[in-house]
Design a protein around this ligand. Structure first.
Ligand code: NAD
Length: 264
């Protein structure tokens, strides 16, 4: 079978289990012929990620905790030693203390603000820089964001601030790497039940609200995100960079609840 990712090699960062958005993306890429490497955060997650990688034909699985720059460098050096060239990067990493993903944003602590920004935002700039150094003019880099960057979503709090900065990073990095032909984009996914998603207080209510109020009247799946990621990571989107592409069943275009919801 020939696929649109035949001959392309890429790194997937952020698989925790088979519910992870990064896993939905990995499946879509592998089905179209991409060769994949994975990173995992800590040995406990490594035990889950290795068998998943094997399912898509990969034995290239590396530890990487983005809070520790030495671990980022070690993973990237191993990638360079084995592959030399990289065609794409997926950064699907986010973290904030769940005790601050509820209540008032105003109560965010300095410590958690800094940690959330480092892991959920600045790590993208650090890994993109290292990945770009291995890319030629068809390179493509992708991160994951959420509409809480642009609008107030209850309890999303400091993650919304980090995602706003992450989206700005996408635009600046797209401008930095554009002259070399390397593209940088983000997918803004609607809410999905994942490990990270469960850390947000009242996540169930937010999912249900989206399902009833999005134009498509559904919540999206990791496979929906995978399909859009495949487009952004392949040459099909060769003219697209600096884009925040919504994969949210259209929720972001709405301005008020549906009349069905209001009259229920
Ligand atoms: P997930 O829990 O499956 O993935 C989050 C990943 O971040 C995990 O693999 C975890 O190991 C990794 N991570 C956290 N801290 C790290 C660190 N210090 N070093 C390395 N890795 C670290 O959840 P997910 O929902 O698939 O999240 C992936 C991305 O998608 C995140 O950026 C998240 O904010 C974003 N996103 C999620 C949703 C949603 O509703 N689930 C919606 C929009 C965007």
């Amino acid at each position: 079978m020939t696929g649109i990712m035949d001959g392309k090699r890429g790194l997937i960062m952020g698989v925790a289990n088979n519910h992870s958005i990064a896993w939905g993306i990995a499946k879509a890429l592998a089905a179209q012929g991409a060769e994949l490497a994975f990173t995992y955060q800590g040995e406990a997650l490594g035990k889950r990620v290795k068998p998943l990688a094997a399912e898509v034909g990969s034995d290239f699985v590396l530890p990487c905790d983005v809070e520790d720059i030495a671990s980022v460098d070690a993973a990237m050096e191993e990638l360079r030693a084995r592959w030399g060239k990289l065609d794409f990067l997926v950064h699907a990493i986010g973290f904030s203390d769940k005790n601050e993903l509820k209540g008032l944003y105003a109560n965010t602590t300095r410590e958690n603000f800094t940690r959330t920004m480092l892991i959920s935002c600045f790590s993208f700039t650090e890994v993109a820089k290292r990945a770009a150094s291995m890319m030629d003019e068809s390179g493509s880099i992708l991160t994951l964001t959420y509409n809480g960057s642009a609008r107030v979503i209850p309890n999303y709090n400091v993650m919304g601030v980090a995602k706003a900065a992450l989206e700005a990073s996408v635009r600046y990095l797209a401008a930095d790497y554009g002259p070399r032909g390397i593209r940088v984009n983000a997918i803004s996914a609607g809410p999905i039940r994942t490990l990270a998603g469960a850390g947000i207080s009242d996540a169930r209510a937010i999912l249900s609200w989206n399902q009833h109020n999005a134009p498509l009247r559904k919540t999206v799946t990791i496979d929906h995100v995978g399909g859009s990621a495949l487009y952004l990571l392949s040459d099909l989107s060769a003219g697209v960079t600096g884009e925040i592409h919504h994969v949210d069943a259209g929720y972001n275009i709405t301005s008020m609840p549906t009349l069905e919801t209001l009259t229920r």
